[in-house]
Design a protein around this ligand. Sequence first.
Ligand code: IMP
Ligand code: MG
Length: 212
Amino acid sequence: MQRDIERILIDRHAIAQRLDEIASQIMSAVCPVPDDAPADWQRDAANGVFDTSQCNQITLVPILTGSIIFVADLIRRLPLYMQINVMSVSSYPGSATTSQGATINKQLTELPESLAGKHVLLIDDILDSGNTLRLVTHEITKRKPASLRTCVLLRKQRPEAMALSVDYVCFDIPDEFVVGYGLDYNDYYRNLPDIVTLTPEAIAAHDDGTSS
Ligand code: IMP
Ligand code: MG
């Protein structure tokens, strides 16, 4: 598998460092410090120490399968009361490397009531055409959450992706096909610890004929 890697775009250390930053931004947003809070409270929050009894509870909505590793690493940096409702959406069937239009695989059977009044954090692996995020945002908004924030590990630098407003973006990347750290090609390579591009030979080897 290692020889299928063309180049490492973002290595595991850079990912871990950026996750620390994003997690502290999320903590500050979820645990707001009132303007008239005592000085020691304000100082603690500035140092990343939060009294979690003062924080909003959040409901994470990770989009499967690509976000699994990202979410696993992120939630362990968020010492909050949280619930997790996963969702499954697919837009890249098989070995397709361009979006084929987003569809919801598993209907949102659990979500309708459970998201009402909740502070929701929607998490996806990568923002590409924006179809997935638009569709899921729409579905969640219908369920009347108290708030909805969005978080993506990667955002491709293409106009459709940059046009969408996202609250937390870990990395902007060039408009190329990447795998690793949860992202797949025809369901392979999710277990690579770094975010990488593949050699043309590897792409050809796992092509199942669905690419366009
Ligand atoms: P969008 O709906 O076009 O924004 O695509 C988002 C989904 O497509 C992501 O959640 C990924 O599952 C998949 N995807 C988009 N770009 C890539 C990529 O470069 N590598 C692997 N999967 C990707
Ligand atoms: Mg996905």
